[in-house]
Design a protein around this ligand. Structure first.
Ligand code: N01
Length: 539
């Protein structure tokens, strides 16, 4: 017997909870299905030491409740994972969200019934739901790659994945630890683990750019100052390209006199974290300007690392600054000055396998008690392909996207009526403050679905032409940037065999929101809104 609701939301992370709150407020019945035994999404899984948000807490928080904004007190500029999870739990309790969340519920299959204009949703434990709308809020980085080297099962020590960190913690003090991977996760955990590990070996394949977080406790004065003008801050964030509130200097980095430029970079280096890439308008757009910024960051890294060999290896040189996700660190490079920390360059001496006692590279065997994989995720599509999602005519989402994702506005897919993806491929997602942009999308969807309810519309479906146009547009915008020069998880290079398609929308959250608004103003251009299946009211 299936339970009937207006909306099924898959995923109880930040976006899923916001969707639940918003649609419930509007009088829709909503059920959120969450595979884990706790809410929080990535903030529930990524419990590794040092995990924290690279976006300032004041901006990486919900905007929908003025009271919540005023009440919640962040302890640091960049909150740590436990505090963010506590915030999410607080929101769920404060707004009584938990009663509509089913934990331990993995969606296995979902299919659109064209006659009834409803989605049926089946979970792994045999339960079923049916709903008019399906909202996929499954995250962009929630399916770990699960890297496995040969011989791993015979390893005597412990193997841990950064995004599946054991709930009861890991006692790494006094132990010999390996970290494989130097993306944001590896960069965040390295200085923390280094402090108490007996020995830490970091296996690096590609050196990464990282900017100091300049994290600090949140003073009462700063807290009060932000809260006195929170609406203004939110507006500024929403109207900045990244959703972080930084509006770049409108000049090209290459045109600014050297002294002035160095001063601006120096200031940003000590304060902006992620926003360093936005000091001048064209750091991510123009090769010459990017080379100047890349050079500055490399010089800064070199100043931090004492040993010449390690310094050279840690200096990123294989790709332009910012064309892979920039890391934001709390002493990553400095950690390599410790006697108990060692770097292994596996681009020169690759890992061959695990041995019983550790890891075997082409250079020899390194013994460990614990090996940590910080090797990343099957980004954007990994989670969306886990359940079988079947739209019209028996077509699955995986089949539809065999050559790469196609969407209208990053939100909807032709052939999958009444289904919406939050921060999916084609939306700003991983190139921006993802929470801010998710809230924009949910607010926009709220207006659309309210209209559909008021006007007895049965099906809302992206047109095929609209998604072709949107994909072209996303690609055109990407060509204006330097992102396409670098293999990364933005373009499917992180997984063997994945189509090489640039996935996020690089035009910024403000422009993206304006595109959504324009679509609505034009009567939801690019969507078919149908009262009866196949009877178009608006094309
Ligand atoms: O993953 P990554 P991550 N053998 O893909 C290496 C978000 N995040 O978990 O570059 C050996 O960036 C790989 O090497 P290479 C954020 O969006 C947010 O660190 O492919 N090494 C790379 O060094 C971030 O960007 C926060 O040559 C292997 C690393 O592993 C995203 O999550 C905090 C390998 C993977 O880096 C992912 O970050 C943390 C192999 N087989 C993360 N395969 C916030 O603060 C891969 N590597 C919000």
């Amino acid at each position: 017997m299936s339970q009937s609701v207006d909306i099924i939301v898959v995923g109880a992370g930040f976006a899923g909870l916001r969707a639940l709150y918003t649609f419930r407020e509007l009088g829709f019945t909503v059920k959120v299905l969450e595979r884990d035994d706790e809410i929080g999404g990535v903030w529930n899984f990524n419990r590794y030491p040092g995990a924290r948000c690279d976006v300032e807490s004041f901006d990486y928080s919900y905007r929908f409740s003025r009271e919540l904004e005023q009440e919640w007190r962040w302890s640091e500029r960049y909150a740590q994972q436990p505090e963010i999870l506590e915030y999410i739990r607080h929101v769920a309790d404060r707004f009584d969200l938990r009663r509509d969340i089913e934990l331990n519920t993995s969606v296995m299959r979902t299919e659109f019934d064209e006659t009834a204009s409803r989605w049926t949703v089946d979970s792994d434990d045999g339960r079923s739901w049916n709903a008019k709308y399906l909202i996929l809020a499954m995250g962009q980085l929630s399916t770990p790659k699960g890297t496995v080297y040969p011989g791993q099962d015979d390893f005597d020590g412990q193997v841990i994945y950064s995004a599946q960190w054991p709930r009861d913690g890991v006692d790494y003090a006094g132990k010999r630890i390996a970290i494989i991977g130097t993306g944001s996760s590896g960069v965040q955990m390295t200085p923390v683990i280094a402090k108490t590990a007996k020995h830490l070996t970091v296996f690096q394949r590609t050196a990464n750019y990282s900017i100091p977080a300049a994290n600090a406790p949140m003073s009462d004065e700063e807290d009060a100052a932000v809260k006195a003008n929170y609406a203004e801050r939110r507006d500024q964030a929403r109207n900045s390209p990244s959703g972080l509130g930084f509006v770049p200097d409108r000049r090209s980095a290459s045109e600014v006199p050297m002294d002035e430029r160095e001063e601006a970079f120096e200031k940003a280096w000590h304060r902006l974290g992620f926003g360093f890439a936005l000091v001048f308008k064209d750091i991510l757009l123009d090769e010459k300007s990017n080379a100047i910024a890349s050079d500055f960051v490399r010089r800064k890294i070199a100043e931090k690392v004492k040993d010449p060999w390690t310094r050279e290896k840690l200096t990123p040189c294989k790709f332009p600054f910012g064309t892979r996700r920039i890391s934001v660190d709390g002493g990553y490079f400095e950690a390599f000055n410790r006697d108990n920390v060692e770097l292994v360059d596996i681009s020169e001496t690759p890992i061959e396998s695990f041995s019983k006692t550790g890891i075997k590279t082409t250079d020899g065997i390194f013994d460990f008690d614990i090996v940590i994989y910080a090797t990343g995720f099957d980004a954007f599509t990994g989670s969306l392909f886990k359940p079988l999602i079947m739209g019209k005519d028996g077509l699955t989402l995986k089949e539809k996207w065999a050559n790469g994702p196609v969407t209208q506005l990053g939100l909807a897919v032709n052939g999958f009526p009444n289904m919406f993806i939050i921060q999916g491929p084609g939306s700003p997602s991983l190139l921006a403050n993802v929470l801010l942009s998710a809230e924009d999308q949910i607010d926009w969807l709220a207006t659309l679905l309210t209209k559909a309810r008021d006007e007895n519309i049965d099906q809302v479906e992206a047109t095929h032409q609209a998604e072709l146009d949107w994909v072209d547009y996303v690609n055109e915008r990407a060509k204006e940037t330097l992102y396409l020069q670098t293999p990364s998880f933005y373009n499917g290079a992180e997984m063997p065999g994945k189509p090489r398609v640039f996935m996020p929308y690089s035009g910024g959250v403000r422009h993206y929101r304006l595109m959504m608004e324009r679509c609505a103003e034009k009567g939801y251009e690019g969507f078919d809104l149908r009262r009866e299946p196949a009877q178009a009211i608006i094309d």
